[in-house]
Ligand binder design. Structure first.
Ligand code: GLN
Ligand code: ZN
Length: 769
């Protein structure tokens, strides 16, 4: 491996880069524009400066070919919608009047026209805007953005590769436009879409692009033959164009499986594949298929979704194998670096011992450059980097943070029995009924109440030292009293304390658990101008002291009615954090579960009769490939049960989930063995209640009857109507009445009326029983 290999030199490249800038300048410019403080010119200048800085960073680090078009003022799928002219009817006038304002109108909606729907980009926490397509959709090429950004990069002297969402993935991400038949399949528009891509490709070539990257991550999901043949056709047709740049078809997030031969045999000049995590299977599959001789292979050997140092020696070994399987092998992260923060060296508060283990976008860029040099010039020239990498990895492996003997011993000793409640549900529910004395159709909420400006101000005051901890606590206590007083007056049966002390449902716990790390500047785009700072699961997890007992007990001391304890479940704690890559996810989940189990025990001992463990992320972390799902669901549901199974029969365990499409995890919901589950259901007209009934689910269910995603206050009639619908599927003895999700994003004015209506609806429907 130390010898130079006689293939064309390997280059280093990336699929995309964080957009926001080190100081989140993009967020400031865009929000300033929305508020009227920043002009359109100033916004465009700020955006161009950020692009220039990103390319400069990449080039200075030694990246040979920089991406263009990966930048976005909001979302790259929305940019694609603009590029192919698929502007929804309701936004056309706005776009015609002013392209920039029309663009933001599609993203955010206006008084007259609701925005495009937003949903998660594959299994990441990035959200894209869902294209709306119908049989009448006419595509027209609008290549201004990709062309403009390419020209900028070229003018700055960079070798640039425009990156576009590929046509097959674009269509698969779309949904039927309003007015189109509900079963309309956007993929049927492929033949109409391809000429638009052909035109964009030709213009990019004319502007100097040697290569264009077409991203097709949808092909790493299990796709039916119809999709595979559409992909075959798309790349055959695009490949056959004469006036085009070389095409790099890129996939990431998982292995290509059946779609590998589709792309490998297509007439495109290059393939970009992910070789990390479950996508490592691409290596063997590629070898078995005889490789892609003569093609360029962009090898994603550096994980683009975690924040850990790469194992450089392992990557070199992968790359060495790949050298024999392609005409030329370039080195890249597995996917766009959009999913990681910009620069680990900005984290000055992280213990320097631990900081050495971190690699954000800039550090990952250095890694791929090092790997490419190693391939080209032999590993001797990168000996210092390899030594530093080895030593940092060894320090991580040997650290007390990653190896807490007490945590490990406890996790190893977990038995099947620890994960099962000793009494069957029927016995538990009888004991809980006797203890709680609730009416039929009991009413409750999901946990949070509005996070008011006063609460945010209190937190900011505490941080800035304007108030002390005691002053802050008094404000929280006052809020809890208010929230309880409202719930009592409204007539809710099972109360909550309202979560006013929690900045975020994951961060709050991460800050209180040993083994978790917070970042200062580790912002990652969630959607538009919204960025999150996921905490890092860095070491073995333990709970030095109770995290929620004081506020829960305080709340319970203020009322006679039961107050629900409120915890974030182990799977969600993993899903919304950066996870360890040095042990299986199942092991990390088990450690988090044990820490949460202690909290459950302490809450119970403090007299809490109802404890809710939220798992809103159970569905979203589902592996992309169905073959991987049973394994995931087994450890995920076990972690939930380990968290909750230590309680007495008369302690009621609730869980909560919120999203559409429960279908694929109905079986897993049963496996949780919770006593009560609340779910999002208002928008789908209680469909989930039917699904659970059909599946024979026999525990208690609270399908949401109040859609908290809308500022509307639903009437008593409307709420009662949904409830009656729920009764059609779930018998009254097992039906709860609650909103879809927490209320933290709503205002008090809406929440008050909606919950009063909810309680009244429950009363009316109870009277009909
Ligand atoms: N208990 C949390 C809340 O009410 C649940 C939030 C969620 O489901 N995402 O805010
Ligand atoms: Zn929810």
């Amino acid at each position: 491996m130390t010898d130079r290999i006689a293939t064309p030199p390997s280059r280093a490249t990336v699929h995309g880069y964080p957009r926001q800038g080190q100081g989140r300048e993009l967020k400031k410019a865009i929000e300033g524009y929305w508020a009227g403080r920043v002009t359109a010119d100033a916004l465009h200048t700020a955006a161009a400066t950020l692009r220039r800085t990103a390319w400069r960073q990449l080039a200075d680090a030694g990246v040979d070919e920089v991406p263009t078009g990966d930048f976005s003022l909001y979302d790259h799928v929305l940019d694609t919608t603009v590029m192919v002219g698929a502007i929804p009817e309701r936004h056309r006038a706005a776009v015609r009047d002013n392209a920039l304002d029309g663009y933001f109108a599609m993203a955010r909606g206006t008084q007259e026209a609701p925005p495009l729907e937003m949903t998660k980009w594959f299994d990441t926490n990035y959200h894209y805007l869902v294209p709306e397509l119908g049989p009448d959709t006419v595509f027209t090429a609008d290549p201004a953005k990709p062309l403009g950004e390419l020209r900028e990069a070229v003018a700055l002297g960079h070798t640039a590769r425009p990156v576009l969402v590929g046509p097959v993935t674009y269509l698969l991400l779309a949904k039927p436009a309003p007015g189109a038949p509900a079963d309309f399949q956007p993929l049927t528009l492929l033949d109409r879409l391809l000429p638009v891509y052909a035109q964009v490709l030709a213009e990019l070539r004319a502007a100097g692009a040697e290569w264009v990257q077409l991203d097709e991550p949808a092909l790493v999901q299990d796709q039916p033959p119809a999709v595979l043949s559409a992909a075959t056709r798309a790349y055959r047709d695009l490949g056959a164009l004469t006036d085009r740049p070389k095409i790099l078809a890129a996939t990431y997030f998982d292995r290509l499986g059946d779609a590998l031969p589709v792309l490998a045999k297509s007439p495109v000049e290059g393939l970009a594949l992910d070789f990390t995590g479950p996508a490592a299977a691409n290596l063997e599959a590629l070898a078995a298929a005889g490789g892609v001789p003569g093609k360029r292979l962009v090898a994603g050997v550096v994980d683009g979704r975690n924040i850990w140092l790469n194992d450089l020696e392992h990557s070199l070994a992968t790359l060495a194998t790949l050298l024999g399987l392609a005409g030329r092998v370039d080195v890249a992260p597995s996917c766009s670096l959009l999913h990681v923060p910009l620069d680990a060296t900005a984290e000055r508060d992280v213990d320097p011992q631990v900081a050495r283990w971190l690699a954000f976008a800039r550090q990952k860029t250095e890694e791929i450059v090092t790997l490419a040099r190693g391939l080209n010039e032999g590993t001797d020239v990168i000996a210092p980097q390899l030594a530093a990498n080895r030593s940092a990895r060894a320090s991580r492996a040997a650290s007390a943070l990653t190896h807490d003997p007490a945590v490990r011993a406890r996790a190893a000793a977990v038995t099947e029995q620890d994960t099962r409640r000793p009494q069957p549900y029927t016995e538990r529910t009888a004991a809980q009924r006797a203890r709680l004395g609730l009416p039929l159709l009991p009413t409750t909420t999901i946990g949070s109440f509005p996070q008011t400006t006063e609460l945010r101000t209190a937190r900011a005051d505490l941080r800035a030292g304007r108030i002390d901890a005691a002053g802050y606590d008094e404000r929280i206590a006052a809020e809890i009293r208010d929230v309880l007083a409202f719930q009592e007056k409204a007539g809710l049966d099972v109360l909550v304390h309202g979560e006013p002390e929690r900045n975020d449902m994951v961060q709050y716990f991460a800050e209180r658990l040993t083994g978790y790390l917070a970042t200062q500047h580790g912002w990652v785009q969630s959607y538009g101008t919204r960025y999150v700072r996921p905490p890092i699961l860095a070491g073995d997890i333990s709970r030095p002291e109770p995290m929620t007992v004081a506020w829960t007990s305080y709340a319970q001391s203020q009322t006679e009615r039961p107050v629900k304890g409120m915890l974030t479940g182990p799977v969600t704690m993993l899903a919304w954090s950066f996870v360890r890559d040095d042990q299986p996810l199942a092991d990390t989940a088990r450690q988090v579960a044990l820490a949460l189990r202690d909290e459950v025990t302490d809450l119970e001992a403090a007299g809490t009769a109802v404890i809710q463990v939220d798992e809103p992320a159970l569905r979203e972390t589902l592996p992309l490939r169905t073959a991987d799902r049973p394994g995931y669901l087994a450890w995920a549901t076990e972690a939930f049960r380990l968290t909750t199974a230590g309680v007495r029969a008369d302690t009621q365990i609730h869980t909560h989930m919120c999203y559409a499409e429960f279908g694929v995890i109905i079986g897993a919901i049963e496996e949780l063995d919770a006593d009560v589950i609340s779910l999002e259901a208002a928008r789908s007209h209680m469909q989930v209640a039917d699904e659970l009934a059909v599946a024979g689910y026999g525990h208690e269910v609270g399908p949401g009857v109040y859609d908290i995603h809308s500022p509307r206050v639903p009437s008593v009639e409307e709420t009662a109507g949904l409830l009656r619908k729920g009764l059609g599927a779930i018998p009254a003895e097992r039906l709860w009445v609650n909103p879809d999700c927490g209320l933290k994003t709503r205002g008090w004015s809406e929440v008050r009326g909606s919950l009063e209506h909810l309680v009244e609806a429950a009363r009316q429907v109870r009277a009909e029983l």
